[in-house]
Design a binder for this molecule. Structure first.
Ligand code: AMP
Length: 529
């Protein structure tokens, strides 16, 4: 796989800084091919799916062209949906973080037009909009095209499917002829080809060529997980399958760093590996992984290239890979040298479509799997402990231990079964407390009266909150009768409130995402007085 670093693309240093902040390690295949061509001013037809990095593939070169001193609209990007328009605007904003004087504005149906008109009056060089709304603004002359030099049709096939063909054609007629027309589409039906013929000049077609590949026989599963739950699901799977060595793939260096410290914090032997690390650091991490001291390696695609460790039992795609070929490379890190391997991929929402592409490309099945419950984890741990116990009974001399247990049974009211069960509980201890910790809080000493717990809320008199507001929120959200709420101590910026211990957990859970006087709050058990 050919690799291209962003600093090889002769980009404006401010954009390079933005890219660096986003944690991208190298250009994705569509970026590597499209950016130089768009920079040269050519029209392009890019065939790329969501998840391939196509937004930056057009976003980066488009930003290169924008003149920050001219406040007039210079680029119009058409998106099929309001969600995509917002997403694209966010991505381009991040890319342009260090550029001065650039305004990026999404406009879409459903948002008050008068508000948009006000924002447009302030001048936005890059407008990202749904076709209907952009048309509306063009008609009202609230968007003017005199200085527009680039138009991007993002997800053109989707826009046609949604019936925007006429709008798109009208918009294209508005824009000066000596423009650059960039089109991205996942598929290339005839209707798209017609548009490209009619409205593009000598367009270069760019698609990522895919080689036929065979994927080794690895069990492949996927889980539909929300972003915020990914770490919990990962640790659940690590506990359940207990792989000796595993590699977790992330798409960005920043995610690698974040996940490494998160897993270390939870007591896993995990280390990150990415291109920003010094060679000596990388060698240290790789040695530690090879000799099993590090059990979980968290890596970007680039960093993991060439990893030649044979007994990797599991690969996790914490982020879905940006390219089908990456998927094959990633999962090929396991199941080596005739060993068995498992690959787990986390997807959220629409990413499931990307997974379908991967399956088609790899001609393999990736099966949906339920996430193991904490009881499943405890069960499998117990089975492992029992296997180990049988082995010890078979192979070791236990006379001294049997005597001690005998003594204990004679001196107390316990049976040997009770004692064995208690030992098993001790051995399982970690799993049990872990499963509880997800929804149980350790109140410890919160400095409350007997039978009560004292909770800390990060809102107080300064926010014009009154004790009644706190009482009302707690009673309203948790369903606990208001009269059970104990002392409420208000300070300028925070408040302590006491509730009966048995309601403590319920109140904390119920108040997690609550707003008081329009402000999001955080609530936690107070520290002892
Ligand atoms: P897109 O295909 O534009 O929807 O991008 C999918 C995701 O990949 C977005 O979250 C981007 O921020 C991210 N992304 C884009 N380019 C890269 C890159 N070169 N390396 C890592 N992540 C990227």
């Amino acid at each position: 796989m050919e690799t291209v670093r962003f600093d090889e693309l002769e980009l404006n240093p401010q954009i390079l800084r933005g890219i660096k902040d986003m944690g991208f390690e190298e250009a994705s295949p569509i970026q590597a091919q499209a950016i130089p061509v768009v920079l040269r001013g050519r029209d392009i037809i890019g065939q790329a799916q969501t998840g391939s990095g196509k937004t930056a593939a057009f976003g980066i070169p488009v930003l290169e062209k924008v003149d920050p001193d001219n406040k007039k609209t210079q680029v119009i990007i058409l998106s099929p949906t309001r969600e995509l328009a917002i997403q694209v605007a966010d991505e381009i904003r991040k890319l342009s973080k260090y550029m001065h004087g650039i305004k990026i504005l999404p406009v879409y149906g459903g948002q008050e037009i008068s508000k948009q008109i006000r924002s447009l009056k302030g001048g936005a060089q890059v407008i990202i909009g749904t076709p209907g709304r952009v048309m509306d603004h063009l008609r009202r002359k609230t968007i003017r095209c005199d200085f527009v030099n680039t138009i991007v049709l993002d997800e053109a096939d989707e826009m046609l499917n949604m019936g925007f063909r006429e709008d798109i054609e009208t918009i294209l007629e508005y824009i000066p002829e000596e423009r650059q027309t960039v089109l991205f589409s996942a598929t290339m039906p005839k209707a798209i080809m017609d548009i490209t013929k009619k409205y593009q000049k000598d367009a270069v077609t760019i698609k990522v060529v895919k080689k036929e590949l065979t994927v080794p026989s690895i069990d492949q599963y996927y889980y539909d997980v929300k972003r915020k739950d990914k770490v919990d699901v990962l640790t659940r799977l690590l506990d359940y399958y207990d792989p000796k060595l595993s590699i977790v793939f992330c798409n960005t260096k920043r995610m690698v760093d974040e996940l490494a410290s998160e897993l270390q914090g939870r007591g896993y032997f995990a280390e990150g590996l990415h291109g920003d690390m010094k060679q000596s650091q990388r060698d240290r991490v790789m040695n530690s992984f090879r000799n099993g001291k590090t059990e979980i390696l968290i890596a970007t695609d680039v960093a993991a290239r060439g990893i030649d460790v044979d007994d990797v039992e599991a690969v996790f795609n914490f982020d879905i890979p940006q390219d089908d070929e990456y998927y094959v490379h990633r999962i090929g890190r396991t199941g080596r040298a005739g060993r068995t391997g498992r690959a787990f991929t986390f997807v959220k929402g629409k990413e499931v479509y990307k997974l379908k592409d991967i399956q088609r490309y790899c001609k393999t099945k990736i099966l949906a799997q339920p996430i193991p419950t904490s009881e499943d984890v405890a069960q499998i741990k117990a089975e492992k402990i029992m296997d180990k116990v049988s082995q010890i009974i078979e192979e070791e001399d236990l006379t001294a231990m049997i005597n001690m247990i005998d003594e204990q049974v004679n001196e107390s009211d316990y049976t040997s079964m009770d004692i064995a069960a208690a030992f098993l509980k001790m051995a399982l201890g970690e799993t049990e407390s872990e499963s509880e910790s997800s929804d149980n809080y350790d109140f410890g000493n919160t400095g409350a009266e007997d039978g009560m717990v004292r909770l800390f809320i990060n809102i107080g008199k300064k926010q014009k909150v009154k004790p009644g507001d706190i009482l009302g929120a707690i009673a309203g959200e948790s369903g606990m009768p208001g009269k059970l709420v104990g002392a409420i101590d208000m300070y300028d910026k925070y408040t302590f409130v006491e509730v009966p211990s048995e309601y403590g957990r319920e109140v904390l859970n119920a108040m997690k995402n609550v707003k008081i006087k329009g402000k999001s709050i955080s609530i936690e058990p107070a520290n002892g007085k």
